[in-house]
Design a protein around this ligand. Structure first.
Ligand SMILES: Cc1cc2nc3c(=O)[nH]c(=O)nc-3n(C[C@H](O)[C@H](O)[C@H](O)COP(=O)(O)OP(=O)(O)OC[C@H]3O[C@@H](n4cnc5c(N)ncnc54)[C@H](O)[C@@H]3O)c2cc1C
Length: 427
């Protein structure tokens, strides 16, 4: 049917890849709703020159049929770690070329979606977009907020907000809440352009930083998990193979294609146990720093400019003289600024206004463990009544919970391809 319309809400990485697949793989018209220029989004839209991809160029192609596409476009080796801002340019060039080819079927609405209607999408400016199918591609939930944070100018609740880090003076100690890739990004920004006289401290429950990639990738090692029936068995098998292989990275990378299968085979209790005990160590091993970033972090630690501590933030108070007094495991310490680097929060609390409206209208419901929205096996939204919405789709990080690996480009481009093949009218 040539006169069908699919509305894609969100023009970040997932929205651009979905639009590309829909235009190339179907005869449908596509309306892409995105307030900013398509091809930006959280990861690639406002990245600074020192923010590198945490994946090799060879993993970042937009085209599932042509894994070398990004590396050729960037003129680099498939082992390289390129700047994230360059990857944003790549996504924009991918979008421009599909718009050139199929412009007669593509409309971009530079607007914010406010909610869904039976006919399509309601826009924040009061207008609407009629659509047969809608693809929700609005990215991560809002950042998780630690308990008891003050509403204070020296507390930065969202490090990705425009200008949030630039206002932090270089002569005050800074506390980062969280020690993952977001904290590394923030530490790089705070030390990249200005000489910093005061240290940065990152605090997280385990005090574990992401690990580092090797300069050249080892081929992934597949692991036979047939005899494993519990999460504990799997952990034991992975440790044994990593010890045998000598390079745990190859074992971790070899597990990646099976993770969703494993996650969905876990019982809800096993999933909860994974989230509590293993998710963080897994992320540290799986989402690694580029070698150059890892080297920079090591030298900052050796020079005493960056410190990582285990433990929680028990309280924060605001003295009259400015800054924040923070109670950590080791006692109360003063910081001139505190930056929340805790990563995405859980739904429904961390839903933005659009996802919040899907939840309150019953068009969607919260998925497993509050990590994302509930979907069926093909990625269609499940409403508050438990029924699958046949023409409402979800792609990207908000699939987390129903899936495990759903945030990186290889998974998102595969979801986009499957989506374009599934968006067909129900007779
Ligand atoms: C810092 C960082 C680094 C990463 N590095 C890598 C990496 O090296 N390799 C890798 O494979 N993956 C990486 N990822 C993961 C992955 O690529 C991203 O999560 C991916 O960009 C997700 O794409 P998305 O389109 O779902 O979300 P986003 O790219 O965040 O895009 C969401 C878009 O939706 C729009 N939007 C939101 N609400 C509305 C609304 N109501 N109406 C209209 N539009 C709306 C926003 O404006 C935005 O453009 C990284 C992620 C982050 C956060």
């Amino acid at each position: 049917m040539a006169d069908r319309t699919v509305a894609v809400v969100g023009g970040g990485c997932a929205g651009v890849l979905a639009t590309r697949e829909l235009l190339r793989g179907t005869g449908d018209r596509v309306v892409l709703i995105e307030p900013d220029e398509p091809g930006g989004g959280l990861a690639y839209g406002s990245a600074r020159p020192w923010h590198l991809l945490n994946s090799r160029a060879g993993a970042m192609s937009a085209d599932p049929d042509d894994p070398g596409h990004f590396a050729r476009w960037a003129g680099c080796s498939s082992d390289d770690f390129r700047p994230r801002a360059e990857y944003g340019q790549y996504l924009r060039s991918v979008f421009a070329s599909v718009a050139d080819e199929h412009g007669d079927r593509l409309t971009v609405r530079r607007s914010q979606a406010a909610g869904l209607s039976p006919d399509g999408v309601l826009l924040a400016d009061g207008r609407s977009v009629r659509a047969d199918d809608v693809v929700v591609a609005t990215g991560n939930p809002a950042p998780a907020q630690p308990a008891a944070v003050p509403d204070h100018p020296d507390y930065v609740p969202d490090p990705w907000a425009k200008g949030a880090l630039e206002a932090i003076p270089s002569d005050v100690p800074v506390l980062l809440i969280g020690a993952g890739l977001t904290a590394i990004d923030v530490a790089m920004t705070l030390t990249a352009e200005r000489e910093r006289d005061a240290p940065i401290t990152a605090v997280s429950r385990r005090g574990q930083l992401p690990l580092t990639h090797t300069p050249v990738a080892a081929p992934p090692i597949g692991l036979a998990l047939d005899d494993c029936t519990t999460l504990r068995d799997i952990v034991r098998a992975v440790r044994a193979e990593a010890a045998r292989a000598g390079d745990w990275r190859a074992v971790v990378d070899g597990l990646r294609p099976y993770l969703d299968q494993m996650w969905t085979a876990f019982t809800p209790d096993e999933q909860e146990s994974f989230l509590r005990h293993l998710a963080r160590p897994w992320e540290c091993h799986r989402h690694r720093m580029a070698p150059a970033v890892g080297a920079r972090v090591s030298s900052m630690r050796e020079e005493g400019r960056f410190e990582v501590r285990a433990g929680g933030v028990h309280s924060m108070t605001a003295p009259a003289a400015g800054g924040l007094l923070v109670e950590l495991e080791a006692g109360v310490q003063w910081f001139g600024a505190v930056v929340n680097c805790a990563g995405p929060g859980r739904l429904p609390g961390a839903a933005g206004s659009f996802v919040g409206s899907l939840l309150s209208s019953g068009e969607a419901r919260v998925g497993p463990h509050g990590l994302g929205l509930d979907i069926d096996a093909s990625g269609r939204l499940v409403g508050a009544d438990g029924r699958v919405r046949p023409d409402r789709w979800l792609i990207g990080p908000l699939r987390r919970g129903a899936k495990w690996e759903t945030t990186a480009v290889p998974e998102i481009r595969a979801q986009a391809r499957t989506l374009a093949r599934s968006v067909i009218p129900v007779e």
